[in-house]
Ligand binder design. Structure first.
Ligand code: F6R
Length: 251
């Protein structure tokens, strides 16, 4: 397959500024056209700097989020939105509490539905993305398994928003935050690979040496469901943004 375009940054702060600037440009462009900007959003350690910079642009430079619509990638299941572990809470604390995205424009997978209600919710999440006009910019981190969202190895290119099982490696990586692997949920609700591939622009970010092996495989190996991030090689407008540690194993 084609090789995923990669851009290397001096450090995480510079990378974050570039991503935030691209997002801000989209928001302002759409504002000038009287249209909404639709963002697909990740949680985790990787995008923290981007959120921080977007908050700074709002507070210091007046960047207005009133025309922004957001769809988060994923949420643990089961998960109460007020739990310290929930991605709902994470997004409020790290972003939404500090900017002016209208409450009704914020979408995050619901982790508190009963098993019988999840599938319908997922179908409606897909419909809501389509009704918003599709995702303009999808930001992504990457897990050590090669997951994007929580699309773990084995996820198909065509997968849509659904309930999934978390990989043991992913649960181990989350263990410290949960006070032990046994406390990490077994499952999550995530946008699918197909949902992500439908975004008009995909910005995947990876920071740190622990991501270097999966970055190399995602960007250079054949596309395979064993490395869901590798599907992005076929996306017409996806870029992998890296710090030097994460880029260390690229050939
Ligand atoms: C989070 C998500 C995950 C993370 C990935 C990397 O919403 O969808 O795919 O992006 O697990 O996590 P960090 O950035 O914490 O290394």
């Amino acid at each position: 397959g084609t090789v995923l375009p990669c851009v290397l940054y001096r450090n995480a702060a510079v990378l974050a500024r570039h991503v935030a600037a691209e997002v801000a440009d989209l928001i302002r462009q759409r504002q000038s056209e009287g249209r909404q900007a639709v963002l697909g959003l990740p949680t985790g350690s990787t995008p923290i700097g981007v959120y921080r910079e977007l908050i700074r642009l709002h507070q210091e430079e007046g960047l207005d989020f009133s025309n922004v619509v957001t769809f988060n990638l994923d949420e643990y299941w089961p998960m109460e939105p007020d739990s310290v572990h929930s991605y709902h809470r994470w997004m409020r604390e790290n972003f939404f509490d500090h900017v002016n995205v209208p409450e009704e424009n914020i979408h995050i997978p619901d982790g508190q539905l009963s098993r019988g209600k999840v599938d319908r919710f997922c179908a409606e999440y897909e419909k809501a993305i389509a009704a918003a006009g599709g995702i303009d910019i999808q930001m992504l981190g990457i897990g050590r398994t090669g997951h994007i969202g929580f699309n773990e190895p084995g996820s198909s290119r065509a997968s849509r928003t659904r309930l999934v099982n978390l990989d043991p490696v992913t649960r181990r990586d989350a263990a410290s935050g949960f006070g032990g692997e046994e406390n990490v949920p077994l499952r999550a609700v995530t946008m699918g690979v197909g949902t992500i591939m439908d975004a008009r622009r995909v910005i995947m970010m990876a920071l740190g040496e622990h991501k270097a092996p999966i970055v190399r495989r995602s960007a250079e190996d054949e596309e395979t469901a064993e490395i869901p991030a590798s599907f992005l090689q076929a996306h017409p407008n996806a870029t992998l943004l890296l710090d030097s540690a994460a880029a260390a194993e690229l050939t």
